[in-house]
Design a protein around this ligand. Structure first.
Ligand SMILES: [Zn+2]
Length: 200
């Protein structure tokens, strides 16, 4: 399922800058979780409710939803409770609860390249300055990001919205597009609509 030529390299916590958009694979290369790193080891992300995870598990019955082992006590730093998360919606948690391995999401990638790379790893739009992403993520932490929907309002929509002011999710785009080998053949308008979800 991975793109033919593009390698996704993990980034270390020490190399992250506030405003960076990171993602982690939750199901073997089929579904990725996204968030905005806001500094101090913390990530703001739009969490996936259990119903949506069940839906993914149905769609990929052979894959495993990776999660940490349940523990009863909330995290002393961020309050996160593994396996019994207190807040469905936008959360700020330690990066360790987000994922053990994570990668940098890419912006300003050509549409053709977006379609060639694994879905949910890059976006064709230009990013705003990183500090704007941090501001938007904190604003949404207060107001929320609407109701979660796998296709129209997911964690990738949240992170791309923070970075660009526009919702985009590559994960909802079709895997196969016929005869797509020239940039001018990419049906950009159609794909933009699909990727924008419910476009809050
Ligand atoms: Zn924590």
């Amino acid at each position: 399922m991975a793109g033919p030529s593009h390698t996704i390299v993990a980034i270390a916590k020490k190399d992250l800058k506030p405003g960076d958009h990171i993602f982690a694979w939750r199901v073997i290369r089929a579904y990725s979780h996204h968030g905005i790193y806001v500094g101090d080891g913390q990530v703001i992300h739009f969490t996936t409710p259990q119903e949506a995870l069940d839906e993914i598990a149905k769609e990929y019955p052979d894959s495993l939803i990776v999660d940490e082992n349940p523990k009863s006590k909330p995290c002393e730093r961020c309050g996160y409770i593994v396996g019994g998360s207190p807040g469905i919606g936008v959360m700020k948690t330690c990066i360790e609860h987000f994922a053990k391995t994570y990668h940098l999401y890419q912006y300003n990638v050509s549409w053709l390249e977006v379609l060639l790379r694994p879905r949910g790893t890059c976006c064709p739009y230009k990013s705003k300055p990183l500090e704007d992403a941090v501001k938007t993520a904190y604003a949404k932490l207060k107001t929320g990001f609407g109701k979660y929907n796998l296709l129209t309002n997911n964690c990738e929509h949240f992170a791309t919205f923070c970075r660009t002011g526009r919702k985009f999710s590559g994960q909802v785009l079709p895997w196969r597009l016929p005869d797509l080998y020239k940039p001018e053949m990419v049906p950009i308008e159609e794909l933009e609509k699909l990727a924008a979800g419910d476009n809050i």
